[in-house]
Design a binder for this molecule. Sequence first.
Ligand SMILES: [Zn+2]
Length: 262
Amino acid sequence: MKKILITLLQITFLASFAVANPFITWFPQEFECPIDKEKNTFMVWGSYGSYIYSYPSKYQWLFFPWTSANSYYICKKCHLATFLGDFDRLPKEKLPAIKKVLEDIKVSKTFKDYNELSVSERMEVMEKVYAVLEKDESWWENFYRLKGYHNGKEGNKAKATEARKKSLELIQKDFADEKSETPKKLALYISGAMKHFLDDDKGALEDLQKALETKYQEKDAKPEDLKNAEEGLNERIKEYMEKIKSEKNKPRLFDSTNDDDH
Ligand SMILES: [Zn+2]
């Protein structure tokens, strides 16, 4: 999981593949833990459809497969925890340091199936594992946004708030950085989203309004793709603002009830 920020152009690109696969499917696969050689069975996704981009997790700019519990791998023996795709691809030279981190990890129960542990608990371990891997701030911003999402879903309000505050702080820093490759329009969408989920609707609407007025830009993109991305995101922003202004449809009201977990 080198880059976890999904940009609009990626959505257009991925969606063109996804249409042929109308259902989300997962299948089990055996993985050998790079730390202790323990054999673990984890789920791997087989297919999905472009509808995943309209699931409610879009209000936190998060998408399948990272919204799914299946994507959070943890070894049942040493408790090495990573995102799907990273488990057996960790840099070899980092393994001793990761092993050391894992020595102090205690999980709430022994388990056979990794999904017996909550995603939020797995993410606590991941946070320590990835601290060794020198990820950049944009990666961590996405990590904390996901941590807020999963804690919110599990009803851990205080932990969700703490994670979303970290995400907001990092996306604001990213926005202010002229060298950042994160499209400014998207950074504003994300900061608006985090403010909404942190109960600051005034701030959220200001950021989304600014996002609406900011031109969509992404490195190495074709003008036509940029135009489509611009229109697509504007539509999403307008709908989001309407929802925030409403009484009963505010996305954060469904924080712990929406079910994107497939
Ligand atoms: Zn292990």
